[in-house]
Write a protein of this length. Structure first.
Length: 188
């Protein structure tokens, strides 16, 4: 194991660390990003039609693209919540869940939109949207600053993108040796 070679061509003096897998590749892999089971395609198209419309009018293309990816991820779940309920409520809940990750309601971030304005744009009730967003967050394991669902324009400012688990400890990769950084970069 000590004979491992880094990308710089030098042997690494220590074994490779076990990196925390964020599964960012599932979001960046375009082939899987929008793959939807055939049976869920009509639901996917209804919901993304609604999210596309609101995101294009009130938010931006980054929210639109992430909403499409999140809808596809939900469509691939076995216990699919999108099978029941109003598409406009699920569409609003998806954008709301993304907004919680990316601080949509915070005026210091752009774009900014209150929950009330978001619900009005989708013509959905706030309490229902909150409940369905909670289901989405639990199913996909999202949290604020989640690197998998961060807007591309905010990735550089997201401290969790730089975190990895090395020998059981959470470390900032920017403080690690260059070879370890190269390995982490190669792993995504």
């Amino acid at each position: 194991m000590s004979d491992l070679i880094g990308q710089s061509g030098r042997a690494l003096p220590h074994p490779l660390p076990r990196f925390y897998q964020i599964k960012a590749s599932s979001v960046t892999d375009r082939g899987r990003l929008y793959s939807v089971p055939k049976i869920m395609l009509p639901v996917y198209e209804k919901i993304t039609g609604l999210t596309d419309n609101v995101c294009d009018k009130h938010l931006n293309s980054e929210y639109r693209d992430l909403a499409r990816a999140m809808t596809a991820a939900l469509c691939r779940k076995r216990s699919n919540p999108l099978r029941s309920g109003q598409p406009r409520t699920w569409a609003c809940s998806i954008v709301y869940a993304l907004g919680r990750v990316n601080f949509l309601g915070d005026k210091s971030f752009s774009p900014c939109m209150t929950t009330a304005d978001l619900c009005a744009a989708f013509e959905a009730g706030e309490s229902t949207v909150h409940a369905k967003a909670r289901v989405i967050e639990e199913m996909l394991g999202t949290r604020p600053l989640d690197p998998r669902w961060t807007l591309p324009s905010l990735v550089e400012r997201n401290p969790l993108v730089w975190m990895a688990e090395v020998n059981g400890l959470l470390v900032d990769l920017r403080d690690m040796p260059r070879d370890v950084q190269e390995i982490a970069f190669a792993k995504g």
